[in-house]
Design a protein around this ligand. Structure first.
Ligand SMILES: [Zn+2]
Length: 391
């Protein structure tokens, strides 16, 4: 048995899901493939019950219609984040550089989610704006704050960045000139969009593929390739077609609290290798071909993106023992249609709560029997705008 498998098995022997059959696995490929639904419905079986003083409790929100609770020992989490910083350093971004970002929610001292409009960390390194109430009025305020704060880089999803540029163009405002680098994450970045962003903002664009479950999975090197972050994760492509394209399946190498192993992210891609001039060695890369990229919905001058709906669903789930397994939102003929994957008995309760949290008089709520992905041009969508204009 190789040392890689020995290490993985050692970690998994503390996890109920594997414990009784851990000796049966002689090859890594014999370990079962998991997906979010498997983990979500048996959450405690995937968590190491040994407690440490400092633990992190997070929810996935950025890339799927199914929120999942993710736990880390804080020391593992910090190591994992450190590797992302090593990669940023190659682009001359350091943890002391001021940056600007957008949040859907953050946690207060009592670990309750909330969404302040503007949040500046105590060291005044980052300024973050709420994605939950995007409107031109708020963007005007945010823009002024960015100019005052003078960040040198940005960490943002392509759809929010696109919206920021749309706002600047409409108001005839220049892109803030202190910002030299923009790290894009959370959605697929097409070559076409990338070129548009670079030309319009005169910044360096860095693509970052990660997920809340794992942190960084692949990160763009100055050589131009999306190298796998091999100190943090092990990546496989499963269900390959004849062109070696298949589902991206990830194993954490650092998370001992919730060691997700052979976890199918359902994004599609291909592993390639190339010689990196920066590191002077052959590196493995991921070409991402299908991943989430949601539409933005406009109602009465207000803008709602994926994180708004994800926040709403997370909030209802947190308050009601997680009835909603998955969701999809479709905007069509001025109706907002929530397609929810959940048991029928929660219908009334969840309908009431949605209407309480989201004030709009044309809401339709449907039950669906299984999560139904809509894939178009490599974009997996949970928020779909079928009105003619997507801005
Ligand atoms: Zn490289």
């Amino acid at each position: 048995m190789d040392t890689f498998l020995i290490k993985i098995k050692e970690r998994l022997s503390n996890i109920e899901f594997y414990r009784d059959r851990i000796d049966l696995y002689n090859y890594f490929e014999e370990l079962p493939i998991l997906d979010k639904y498997d983990v979500k419905t048996n959450l405690s079986k995937f968590i190491n019950q040994n407690k440490e003083k400092n633990e992190i409790n997070d929810y996935t929100s950025g890339s799927t219609g199914m929120p999942l609770n993710i736990k880390w020992y804080k020391s593992d989490y910090m190591r994992s984040i450190l590797y992302t910083w090593e990669l940023r350093k190659k682009h001359n971004i350091t943890p002391l550089d001021r940056f600007c970002t957008f949040h859907s929610y953050i946690y207060d001292k009592d670990k309750k989610m909330y969404s302040p409009k503007i949040f500046i960390d105590k060291f005044e390194i980052s300024i973050s704006f709420s994605k939950l109430n995007l409107s031109f009025d708020n963007m005007e305020l945010y823009y002024q704050k960015i100019l005052d704060f003078k960040p040198i880089w940005m960490y943002i999803t392509p759809s929010i960045f696109d919206y920021l540029i749309y706002f600047l163009d409409t108001k005839n405002l220049p892109f803030p000139d202190t910002i030299k680098i923009v790290e894009l994450t959370g959605e697929i970045l097409t070559d076409e969009k990338r070129l548009f962003f670079e030309q319009r903002t005169n910044t360096k664009i860095i693509n970052h593929y990660g997920s809340r479950e794992f942190n960084s999975i692949s990160y763009e090197c100055p050589c131009g390739k999306m190298h796998i972050v091999e100190k943090n994760v092990f990546v496989e492509i499963i269900n390959k077609n004849s062109e070696d394209i298949g589902n991206i399946c990830v194993t954490t190498l650092l998370n001992n609290k919730m060691p997700l192993t052979r976890y199918n992210l359902k994004d599609k891609g291909k592993i390639t290798s190339s010689f990196c001039e920066i590191e002077k060695k052959i590196k493995q890369n991921i070409d991402i071909l299908e991943a989430s990229a949601n539409d933005i919905i406009t109602i009465d001058g207000k803008y709602y993106d994926y994180s708004f709906f994800s926040y709403l669903i997370n909030k209802i789930n947190e308050d009601n023992r997680f009835p909603i397994k998955s969701f999809q939102v479709i905007f069509e003929n001025n109706n907002i249609c929530f397609n929810l994957f959940m048991e029928k008995k929660y219908y009334e309760l969840v309908s009431q709560q949605i209407k309480m949290l989201f004030h709009y008089d044309k809401i339709i709520i449907n039950l669906i029997s299984e999560p139904n992905l809509i894939i178009n041009n490599g974009k997996i969508k949970y928020v779909i705008n079928r009105e003619t204009l997507n801005k």
